[in-house]
Design a protein around this ligand. Structure first.
Ligand code: HEM
Length: 227
């Protein structure tokens, strides 16, 4: 079985693993964003609270959580290994010669944008995941049953702990840049080069990189500024 571990730890194997875990994490972002839009339903947060209760108690979600943590772990670990290998293989920085227009500041600094997104994520998990499971947050009654009021928690963090909002907005901005370059390099690595379809795929990637962070940004902005 050593050919499997050889393939996985080869440079192309690692790039493949970066791309596939990255695309998997984007699919999580889609699901997370769609569920969070329930925050805007005009029902005092009932639908969002039922959704949060399901996300925190359903067995299938516990299993998916392990897959998600593994996905994040592999993505970050592979990024560190690849960055170190690249640095060792190229101790002297390239001199920009203007011929490679695709090299932007963000494409060269995926590690930096990824690290800032990770800091945002740790703050975010403390804000909502940790508090939901470990704090005595208020209860709410829905159809005769008691649930933890996650809607209240989200609203009060964005409203009362206002300083988290700039951190969230910065994290989301960098998430956008990270996604934009990540999409481009994932499709490159997967070899999905096609004269007709590549420009379309690249445009869809750009659009998603703007829409996902913008969609999430509406949430802190809504509670901070309009509530
Ligand atoms: C800014 C708007 C966001 C809001 C209002 C929000 C809200 C929440 C809430 C309430 C939870 C607790 C569990 C749940 O109900 O699902 C949660 C968990 C989580 N969030 Fe977010 N989130 C936001 C953005 C993000 C972003 C941009 C990421 C990733 C970069 C992210 C990653 C996660 C992860 C990994 C979890 C734990 C896994 C889970 O329980 O589903 N969230 N979020």
């Amino acid at each position: 079985m050593s050919w499997i571990s050889d393939a996985l730890t080869s440079s192309i194997g690692r790039k493949l693993s970066m791309s596939l875990t990255g695309l998997f994490l984007v699919s999580f972002l889609f699901v997370h964003l769609s569920g969070n839009f329930l925050l805007f339903k005009a029902d005092n947060g009932d639908a969002f609270n039922l959704y949060s209760h399901f996300m925190s108690t359903a067995g299938i979600i516990r299993v998916l959580e392990i897959v998600l943590v593994a996905g994040f772990g592999l993505h970050i670990y592979t990024a560190i290994v690849l960055t170190r290998k690249n640095a060792a293989a190229r101790p002297v920085e390239y001199v920009a010669n203007g011929s490679n227009k695709k090299v932007t500041w963000f494409s060269k600094n995926m590690g930096l944008s990824g690290s800032i997104v990770l800091v945002f994520l740790l703050l975010h998990l403390q804000n909502f995941y940790w508090r939901y499971h470990n704090w005595d947050i208020p209860m709410v009654e829905i159809d005769g049953k008691e649930y933890k009021d996650m809607y209240f928690l989200v609203a009060s963090v964005f409203k009362n702990e206002w300083w988290v909002n700039p951190v969230y907005l910065l994290g989301l901005l960098l998430l956008g840049f990270h996604l934009q370059h990540g999409f481009a390099s994932a499709f490159n690595t997967l070899g999905l080069e096609h004269k007709k379809y590549s420009p379309i795929i690249s445009r869809i990637g750009n659009l998603i990189s703007v829409l996902i962070p913008l969609g999430f940004a509406t949430m802190p902005l809504y509670f901070w500024l309009f509530n």
